[in-house]
Ligand binder design. Structure first.
Ligand code: GLN
Length: 389
């Protein structure tokens, strides 16, 4: 038989999506793959109905509809605090998953090195493999998930082409401080490196923490590819609308990669999503508050269940330490938990380069009633686990 591409040799199935499938099989509460079980704002649903009736139903301009890019440029200019040009500095993609892949393929040659913090969102490894790049891992040290500055500079000394920065961070919930970002920026400038920023949780930040856009730091716009999406901000993960914001010379090339990969994001959904991009600023403040409430509710449940965790500052994930009552493989633990406790999480090992098996990741982007039922089930987790898995 002909052989499958060698590129796939080092590929594994996505652990996150696998946990969702097992969770569905056992009808568990799925706190593994991060997506809401509540509806998007009504403005988006109404706009979707209109788009169904009035179109567009055919291809849009490959790098995104004019209206969508203009609305996005206006919104991001406001939040990022830097002027974004709708024509030359944006490419609209099929989710930030495509945005990250396009960003990598736009700046990396096969054999280039890319700095990746560990733990990391699992797609980044696939992105590096598909673009032929090699990761240099820099650990984020638990429990604060901070990085060591010397270690980071050592990685830069190896001549990387880019650094991938997930901020606010999936899976840790860390929000990088302006000072940390300033340090990363100084290294990127000193060693002439691109920053590929994944900022899909830009509006999900808990007080007193604050999101800083690395592209907005002095000297950084010209070397940063800011990837994000509408998925988390408007609770529309299934619409697959993402984008890259970067300087003109990068976007000119990213448009080509995107065009040949997917042609374009769904035209009627771009039209409908305009309703989201035009929501008042207050919407984003409220979103932060809603998620702060969900985090507090879920963490209270974890406290009551006697579970140890690292409190998230942003995004909608929490890493729970299971080492006190389980010594085996976290994958085995998560599969057992789905079947015996009725709650799904992602084994933490799938986010680490290092051999770390004591964390599981829950997400809390669920209705309060779903979270309350989940914490009710998790109340007996330690006891059940101690009896044996
Ligand atoms: N970003 C989400 C997570 O980490 C969803 C991932 C996905 O399946 N695209 O769970």
């Amino acid at each position: 038989m002909p052989q499958i591409s060698r590129r796939l040799d080092s590929f594994t199935e996505s652990v996150i999506r696998r946990m969702t499938r097992i969770s569905n099989q056992y009808n568990a509460i799925n706190l593994s793959q991060g997506f809401p079980d509540f509806d998007p704002p009504v403005e988006l649903i109404d706009a979707l109905k209109t788009a169904a009736e009035e179109g567009p139903h055919q291809y849009e301009i490959t790098w995104g509809s004019q209206k969508f890019r203009e609305a996005l440029a206006a919104k991001q200019t406001k939040f990022m605090g830097i002027p974004i040009d709708a024509d030359s500095e944006i490419v609209v993609t099929c989710g930030s998953t495509e945005a990250m892949m396009v960003a990598m393929m736009t700046v990396c040659n096969p054999g280039d090195k890319v700095v990746v913090f560990s733990p990391f969102y699992e797609n980044y490894v696939a992105d590096t493999i598909l673009s032929g790049a090699e990761p240099i891992y820099v650990p984020l040290e638990a429990p604060t998930f901070d990085f060591d500055r010397e270690e980071l500079e050592e990685a830069f000394k190896q001549g990387p082409k880019a650094l991938i920065l997930c901020n606010p961070s999936n899976p840790t919930g860390k929000v990088f401080t302006e000072e940390e970002l300033q340090f990363i920026a100084e290294l990127a400038i000193k060693y002439d490196v691109f920053v590929i920023a994944d900022e899909v949780y830009e509006h999900i930040v808990m007080k007193p923490y604050k999101h800083t856009y690395i592209a907005a730091l002095p000297g950084m716009f010209e070397r940063t590819l800011s990837c994000s999406s509408l998925s988390k901000t408007y609770s529309i993960t299934g619409w697959r609308l993402g984008y890259i914001i970067a300087p003109g010379y990068v976007i000119e090339n990213a448009k080509k990669v995107h065009d040949f990969l997917t042609v374009g994001a769904a035209a009627p959904l771009q039209a409908a999503a305009l309703a989201g991009l035009k929501l008042p600023e207050q919407y984003y403040a409220e979103l932060g508050e809603v998620y702060t409430g969900k985090r507090d509710l879920f963490l209270k449940g974890l406290d009551e269940a006697g579970l140890k965790y690292v409190a998230p500052q942003g995004a909608y994930y929490v890493m729970v330490d299971i080492s006190e009552f389980f010594k085996g493989k976290d994958t085995e633990f998560c599969e057992w938990m789905i079947k015996e406790v009725g709650v799904a999480a992602v084994p933490g090992s799938s986010f680490f380069k290092e051999d770390v098996s004591n964390y599981i990741r829950f997400h809390f982007a669920k209705k309060d009633e779903t979270l309350l039922e989940a914490v009710k089930r998790l109340a007996s987790l330690r006891e059940k686990a101690k009896k044996g898995i």
